[in-house]
Ligand binder design. Structure first.
Ligand code: AMP
Ligand code: ZN
Length: 114
């Protein structure tokens, strides 16, 4: 999937600020932050969207949430609060077709979700 921007980040072909990685999960700073803390958490494997995840792959979402919580603590927003966002497909507002979770925090986010 070398035409996928996030696969290229996983492969180190596009630079990113990596905050965490293990065998299956990578987390890096969003290039266009919408909040003081804005991190993307992705599976290293190319999965196009949440809608494409198989039952076998579903535990990855829990792993990604665990990484998000850890990074929220490290960023100092665990107490003040934060939001995890996963957009899926066109109507969901997903732009990059590689499954990702946004971690947003460090400011008061709107109570409106859309
Ligand atoms: P979404 O709209 O949920 O698909 O979000 C895609 C996110 O990827 C956006 O917040 C972009 O700012 C971010 N993004 C796109 N390209 C890069 C990149 N090269 N490095 C870091 N973040 C990126
Ligand atoms: Zn990809």
């Amino acid at each position: 999937m070398m035409d996928c921007v996030f696969c290229q980040i996983v492969a180190g072909k596009i630079p990113s600020t990596v905050l965490y990685q293990d065998e299956d999960v990578l987390a890096f700073r969003d290039i266009n932050p919408l909040a003081p803390t804005h991190v993307l958490i992705i599976p290293k494997k190319h999965i196009p969207s949440l809608a494409d995840i198989t039952d076998d792959e579903a535990p990855l979402m829990g792993r990604m949430a665990g990484v998000a919580n850890r990074l929220a603590r490290e960023a100092g927003v665990s107490e003040s609060g934060y939001r995890l966002v996963v957009s899926s497909g066109e109507d969901g507002g997903q732009i990059v077709p590689h499954l990702h979770m946004h971690l947003l925090g460090g400011r008061k986010l709107s109570a409106r979700l859309c």
